[in-house]
Design a protein around this ligand. Structure first.
Ligand code: SF4
Ligand code: SF4
Length: 456
């Protein structure tokens, strides 16, 4: 077998690429094509490059760069009239730059030592809550002293370590700071650990498991608390398995399939033992990856059917709640809210109506639409760290569109989007508070004042 046929032993990638009829309908929807107008930075162009690599052509460094520049936002899948499953293609193409032991020889040149080091640092930190939490200590000191802002704006740091500058720019406030524009509510100083079982209030309507996530539990523990509180108020017993870890979404979307598969197996096993009716996810990227486990574990005979059963039980928080229907009474929340569609919710999971229905169900809420809502904000997993220039440009466009709504509050359902939106709006000189949809529903059910969400 040639190394090219080893890349696609069952011909599946070739078949997926062959679904593309080159019509170009996806081009206007693609954020990177919007930015640069380059065919090879469009979905059609990238599919062409993937086919070239599968044919044994020499895509080389240029192909790898075009694959890396893709946000993985899946706007092209929504736009494609032929139903091309671009997500599976780009995830495979990304893995070609991430050779692993036992995998076929990589058809793309290896990343530079510097790129490998940056990616290793990211993937050795973010999926592990304890390590991510440990990194907050130095961040707190840097934010208190103003060192973070100095480093983020230093030309030298930007040139030598643009990823570090981007990380400092997008990092949430860990403490109230007198420097720079406000970026919403600071992080909780302590861990907000949830009990492993939160009983339903009133008659029990379901037993659900809650994924607490990595970034979500460290940077936004109050979102997990709000999610569990709302689910319990709506009549759900909420099981929060203590043994759970990363779901593998960051690894999967970054092309590290073997790593993602290991995380997936652990997640499946953990929630199987919890015996729940549904597994609830409040981070769009995680939910999207967990619904793909069967595809990820294809070829692993011992796991594929377990993965399919698990994925069938996974539901986004808004998807589950809209289907369950409200039982807990809502109090008035006089706010104009702009709802931001996270790409992995809107495009990858096709969930757009449910969050809007839930928000409209809150008395006093006026929902406003963000122009060009279907275009990515530039967060895209680790994209704003490894492609900071493109991410900043997309963030600035999104900030302008959000600002034009005149809303009091932006609501999102993904932690990466929340960080990116807050940072982009602050950079544009229009800081606005950002909340997760679970926090808004929780505030309404508990009768909290709007200021709770506005940080005032
Ligand atoms: S995933 Fe997003 S950035 Fe990548 S090709 Fe599709 S639309 Fe473009
Ligand atoms: S991916 Fe879909 S929309 Fe884009 S060129 Fe191919 S068939 Fe057309």
């Amino acid at each position: 077998m040639t190394s090219e046929s080893l890349l696609d032993p069952d011909g599946r990638l070739r078949e997926l690429a062959g679904d593309c009829v080159h019509c170009g309908f996806c081009l206007p929807a693609c954020p990177t094509y919007q930015l640069w107008g380059e065919e090879m930075d469009s979905p059609r162009g990238r599919i062409h490059l993937i086919t070239q690599v599968l044919d044994g052509g020499h895509g080389g460094e240029a192909a790898a760069e075009h694959f890396d520049r893709c946000l993985g936002c899946m706007a092209c899948e929504t736009a494609c009239p032929s139903g091309v499953q671009y997500g599976q293609l780009i995830e495979a193409a990304r893995s070609w730059s991430e050779p692993t032991a036992g995998a076929p020889p990589a058809p793309l040149p290896p990343r530079s030592a510097r790129d490998r080091a940056v990616r290793s640092a990211i993937f050795a930190t973010f999926p592990y809550p304890a390590r991510l939490r440990a990194a907050l200590g130095p961040l707190r000191v840097a934010q208190r002293t103003g060192l973070d802002r100095w480093m983020a704006h230093s030309q030298l740091v930007r040139r030598l370590a643009p990823e570090a500058a981007a990380a400092l720019t997008v990092a949430p406030r860990t403490t109230r700071s007198r420097q720079g524009p406000a970026r919403g509510r600071p992080l909780a100083r302590s861990r907000t650990a949830l009990p492993t079982r939160i009983p339903a209030r009133g008659p029990r309507r379901a037993v659900v498991g809650l994924l607490t996530g990595c970034v979500q539990q460290v940077l936004f523990p109050r979102v997990n608390v709000a999610t569990a509180t709302v689910l319990a108020a709506e009549g759900c017993d909420v099981i929060v398995p203590a043994r759970q870890g990363c779901c593998g979404a960051l690894s999967l979307h970054g092309g590290r399939r073997a790593e993602a598969a290991a995380f997936a197996r652990h997640t499946i096993e953990t929630f199987e033992q919890a015996h729940v009716d549904a597994v609830i996810v409040n981070a769009a990227g995680c939910g999207s990856a967990m619904k793909e486990y069967a595809e990820l574990l294809t070829g692993d005979a011992g796991w594929v059917s377990r993965a399919a059963a698990f994925s069938a039980a996974v539901q986004d928080f808004t998807e589950f709640l809209a289907q369950l229907g409200p039982a807990a009474p809502r109090s008035e929340l006089p706010l104009t809210i702009a709802y931001h569609d996270a790409c992995h919710l809107a495009h990858a999971q096709r969930i757009t109506a449910q969050p809007r229905t839930l928000l409209r169900g809150i008395p006093g809420v006026s929902l406003t639409e963000i122009p060009d809502a279907s275009t990515c904000c530039g967060s895209a997993g680790i994209y704003n760290l490894v492609q900071p220039t493109a991410a900043a440009e997309l963030g600035a466009r999104k900030a302008e569109n959000v600002r034009s709504t005149g809303a009091d509050l932006i609501v999102s359902a993904n932690p990466g989007c929340s960080l990116q939106l807050a940072q982009a709006l602050a950079s544009a000189g229009h800081p606005m508070p950002v909340a997760h949809i679970a926090e808004v529903i929780d505030a309404s059910i508990r009768g909290l004042p709007p200021g709770t969400l506005l940080g005032s």
